[in-house]
Design a protein around this ligand. Sequence first.
Ligand code: HEM
Length: 383
Amino acid sequence: MHEWIADNLRANGGTYQTCICAVPALARRQGLVTVTCDPRNLEHVLKTRFDNYPKGPTYHAVFLDLLGDGIFNSDGDTWLFQRKTAALEFTTRTLRHAMSRWVCRSIHLRLLPMLQDASLKSGVVDLQELLLRLTFDNICGLAFGKDPETLAPGLPENAFAVAFDRATEATLNRFILPESMWRFKKWLRIGMEATLFRSVAHVDRYLSAVIKTRKLEIDDGQNHDDLLSRFIKKGTYSEAFLQHVALNFILAGRDTSAGRMKSVWGNDCLEFRPDRWLSPDGKRFEMQDSFRFVAFNAGPRICLGKDLAYLQMKSIAAAVLLRHRLHVAPAHRVEQKMSLTLFMKHGLKMNVHDRDMDSIASELRKTRQSAAAVPAEVVAAGA
Ligand code: HEM
């Protein structure tokens, strides 16, 4: 599906219009859908005429059972109020410290030991599975102060995580059906609608218990720095609202997206070249135009957790790549999955090898020795 849309975009110069059901009378009634990856159009939609492009009633109806009127699923004043409240929290340093704490804990206590084990056994790991579990644990820690430890040896099944994934998958299914059809199935409570109902009920029970416990702990004078506790301390929100705050953040924290058009990135758009983000002399990081790189959205609805996500990614990359070399397992096929956020259908199977730390240490020693050997007059001149 993603590949098909990308092909259509390539064939149509980056923008095209289509309809959901190609029956002329129906198409006219439903209206056309515009698909675009042109940075100028994205700027127009996401920023210049932001008010003209709300998520709208279709999106709202599809997500209502899962996300309620949370930040992800609201427009206008309901969205603005939540955005302002949440944006205030995201500017505080405590949230960055909290993310750093959760991510370091899961890297050192669980991810690294699991990679070490795979490397000793010359085994294969599904890196996507490990990282999805890690980010899920982190976002639960950050959102409501409870790490469900889904990243653990043997990859145990976690009922809350499973219910959450099922609920998002069943919600996505609504997009493929005409609204009347999924509403009818919801009314009969059959198929994916039955799954959605059960999964949402499970997630709601879990979060409701977390909120009750947290309220008691706060009344007891305990100190918590998670997002939910900050909203509770403000004292004015209903339990349903708090539940949706937590849920919307969990969905937000699992987001992944990508872009790959020649018209945007040049002929080598499919190559992994992180140096695109470096200045021509290769020394400085340079921000890309946010309408070219929209993985975090752009404009007034830009991802609030972007900096936290970078903190998390850099912490993981540094800790893992210092210790290991990773190679995609032979014959492993990387294909996209049809899902709400971008996943690989068969995961990312990788072989893990230990990195030769002795050679790194001796390189470092050499650099230090040559720095120490710089003549005193050169150091003085430099100062
Ligand atoms: C690599 C990781 C991430 C990516 C690629 C990403 C991407 C995005 C995207 C594309 C949106 C816009 C979604 C939409 O409007 O439909 C978004 C919104 C949002 N993200 Fe992220 N996100 C990431 C991580 C996080 C994290 C870790 C947090 C929280 C700690 C977070 C919090 C939010 C929030 C609150 C919104 C809603 C903003 C609004 O509607 O005003 N994100 N993110």
